[in-house]
Design a binder for this molecule. Structure first.
Ligand code: SF4
Ligand code: SF4
Length: 348
């Protein structure tokens, strides 16, 4: 058995998910829609198609895993779970794309990942039994250490232990959900009580593995514990800012109001028409499918430029990297920042 058959049977083929799916919108092909992919999964489960089938292989990889198909589904199809089960089969062991295997290998080097924490001066406070602790994130602590530094500055009470590993989301989304679950558990054991994370994707993965009550995404945590004050200004006017949702945070955990609430306090908030749509980062997607990822990003950057913004704000390190790359290529004056960074600017 490849899939949880109860989950697979839930789809009633109504097609309500089609308008929400970026790959269907880009191609208008049924196979590139959630409904079409579920039909492919059923064919795989029944043995009608095998994993070598080119359409199956292509669609397992072309799907962004953004889960935009979930909130609009009247039958409660948990597409994200089905996709993980599909890739566990399709990308098992050496069948996973080489770049995905390389990334999984790197983030699983727990000692190396933990050692990076030791170079972060703000990561010097050991976890307490009841938390809250700040998760450093495997990619974020290397690429964007200023994000956890800003989070610690805004909430000094957060414990930030240096010796923490990766949460395993990358494994779960790339064909090794078992390792993804074990890594989440190990991190949960190391960080006591509530884990606060500045990464929407990690929040969704950890909440599924450890339970929702153990996990808070950073903006969610701030709204619950006290909104910071201040204003971000450009000259003598409030800065124009917009949010790029984290797909898994919005579609998996249902968190989208909180970051907007914070941004409205500190700046002039502008909602982009595609704020809730994937920016093309999608975990490892921008590395595994750079051309498809770029196509999605181009449309997003066009929209950002048209909106006459000062800042576009991310709540996930992958989105932050993606938006920065797109804006830099365009030589745009718009700055992409993490919400923790923007709130520190507001407080200064
Ligand atoms: S909306 Fe849900 S039930 Fe309807 S086709 Fe899409 S996945 Fe299936
Ligand atoms: S996860 Fe995203 S890209 Fe994949 S089927 Fe669902 S909406 Fe489409």
């Amino acid at each position: 058995m490849i899939f949880d058959n109860e989950l697979l049977a839930r789809c009633i083929s109504c097609g309500f998910c089609l308008p929400a799916c970026p790959t269907y919108q880009a191609t208008r092909q049924e196979a590139a829609s959630p409904r079409g992919r579920i039909l492919l999964m059923r064919a795989l489960e029944s043995g009608e198609l095998d994993g070598q089938d080119p359409t199956l292989a292509e669609q397992a990889a072309y799907c962004l895993g953004c889960r935009a198909c979930e909130p609009v589904c009247p039958a409660g199809v948990q597409y994200g779970d089905l996709l993980e089960q599909w890739r566990d089969h399709q990308w098992r062991g050496s069948k996973a794309p080489l770049r995905a295997r390389l990334l999984m290998f790197l983030v699983a080097q727990t000692r190396v990942v933990r050692a990076q924490g030791w170079f972060r001066r703000h990561a010097r406070s050991p976890a307490t039994k009841d938390g809250p602790s700040l998760m450093l994130g495997c990619a974020e602590r290397g690429l964007f250490p200023q994000v956890s530094r800003a989070a610690k500055r805004l909430v000094p009470a957060l414990a930030v232990p240096a010796d923490q590993g990766c949460c395993g989301a990358l494994h779960a989304h790339n064909g090794d959900s078992r390792a993804g679950a074990l890594m989440a558990k190990a991190l949960g054991d190391r960080l006591g009580g509530v884990i606060v994370t500045t990464s929407g994707g990690c929040a969704a993965h950890l909440a599924r593995q450890l339970g929702r009550n153990r996990v808070r995404e950073f903006s969610e945590y701030l709204v619950e514990s006290g909104v910071p004050e201040g204003q971000v200004t450009i000259g003598n006017r409030p800065a124009r800012v917009s949010l790029q949702d984290s797909c898994h945070l919005r579609n998996g955990l249902g968190v989208s109001r909180q970051p907007r609430e914070l941004l409205r306090v500190v700046a002039e908030y502008v909602e982009l028409p595609s704020a809730a749509t994937c920016c093309g980062a999608a975990g490892t997607y921008s590395i595994l499918r750079p051309r498809d990822s770029q196509r999605i990003l181009e449309t997003k950057i066009d929209e950002i430029e048209r909106a006459n913004l000062d800042y576009v704000v991310a709540v996930n390190p992958g989105c932050l990297r993606q938006l920065r790359t797109g804006l830099r290529k365009r030589k745009s004056h718009v700055r992409a920042v993490h919400i923790a960074e923007l709130l520190v600017i507001a407080a200064e």
